[in-house]
Design a protein around this ligand. Sequence first.
Ligand code: PDD
Length: 282
Amino acid sequence: MGDVLWFNGRFTTTDERVVGVEDRGFQFGDAVYEVYKFAARRPILLLDHFRRLERGLREVEIASPWSEAAFASMSHELLRQTLFDDGIVYVQVTRGEMERAHFYPDAMKPTALAYSRRFKFPDAAKKERGIRIITAVDQRWHRCDVKSVNLLANALAKKKAMRAGAEEALLLSEGTVREGATSTFFAVREGRVITHPLDEHILPGVVRDRVIKLALTARIRVDERPLRERELFDMNEAFITSTTQGVMPVTEIDGRAIGNSRRGEITTRLQRMFDELESAKG
Ligand code: PDD
């Protein structure tokens, strides 16, 4: 049996083929998505994800199918019908379906869907061990702040990482470190945390925002500035953040050790703080 699926206002399962061949999400990547986590059937940081979804839809002029309250109640019912306690919810809103043409009319009825899925979150050993990553050229478009489904460049970079025996690709452009193919990148040098500022080059990560706030409460200094590629190997620690990985240490980039190849001290503190925040919010 498939997973529980909410599709345009009704519940079904992912076994049902619901999206038409002329849906603009399918043909043009004309769509915005979200991924949020749930634990013990309770969504984590749901409002942050909803706000980012709404902003993305506004930026590309797709009508939002949900009010904040409607989104929360859809999510609640989805998780009530789900047969497992922990996992992720994938949400997508496309501009809708029409006879294929680049041009689209102003008023279109969006296609909206959400489904829950099991997910293997990293365990304690993995969170301590961390991951190896590689660098790759950032071949994405110029609106990476919108979580659009145009993920071909991200998927190609991720495949390159996997072929190299790594778990993430760090995307570089104009001599600058942007973010991971599916995560935000942070570096630590001399006790200070550095991450790319919010602009069109990166996604405003939900975990990024929380980790910055946690660092500030712990009186750890945060520099939101672009990191130059040549600074990368001068760092004492590095980590990535995302909804599915939380705070994940990076021990090696392109085969070169970061710090002493072990989870760093500041990374460990932020990882613990974020895990606590998640369980409190979960
Ligand atoms: N990806 N940057 C990119 C390009 C991402 O795809 C993601 C998340 C992030 C981290 O954002 P957040 O902290 O809000 O999860 C940064 C999700 C998990 C995905 O595509 O599956």
